[in-house]
Design a protein around this ligand. Structure first.
Ligand code: AMP
Length: 130
């Protein structure tokens, strides 16, 4: 069965899209640690990020860099933290999380709730700057 991120890539499941090209997609995490918490994924199916070939791996991080710079312009924060877990969804992805302290990127924290309108607003604002 296709993993949930493949369904987002093919449009079967909606997402709050931030940016996309032929190889990569960035969209808001639906259970965010912070406003602007974004996932960046390759469109090719790979579970473990370190199984990606070098070219795709580099491309993923360069794409994530562009997205992170745009998030930073929209969300007030000290830095954009980066994290790779992949324990829940078996499709390689990078978490980009606006942070002011290490606590802000603690995945054991309670997640923040946003309305669909709030998700859409922040996605549009970041997307416009990528
Ligand atoms: P992990 O695999 O441990 O890195 O966690 C997967 C992340 O994907 C979690 O932060 C989830 O909130 C997020 N996630 C799962 N399903 C969706 C979805 N349909 N749209 C956006 N984010 C999702």
């Amino acid at each position: 069965m296709a993993n949930i991120f493949l369904k987002i890539i093919d449009g079967t499941i909606p997402c709050y899209k931030i940016a996309e090209n032929d190889d990569y997609l960035a969209f808001l995490d639906i259970n965010p640690l912070a406003e602007g918490h974004t996932l960046v994924i390759p469109k090719n199916e790979t579970d473990y990020i370190f199984d990606m070939n070098d070219e795709s791996f580099k491309g993923l991080f360069l794409f994530a860099k562009k997205v992170a710079l745009a998030i930073k312009k929209v969300v007030p924060c000290k830095k954009i933290g980066i994290s790779v877990l992949g324990l829940e969804v078996p499709h390689a992805h990078i978490h980009l999380v606006p942070i002011n302290s290490v606590y802000d990127i603690d995945f054991k924290r309670e997640k923040i709730k946003f309305t669909p309108e709030e998700f859409q607003k922040i996605a549009s604002e970041i997307s416009a700057l990528v």
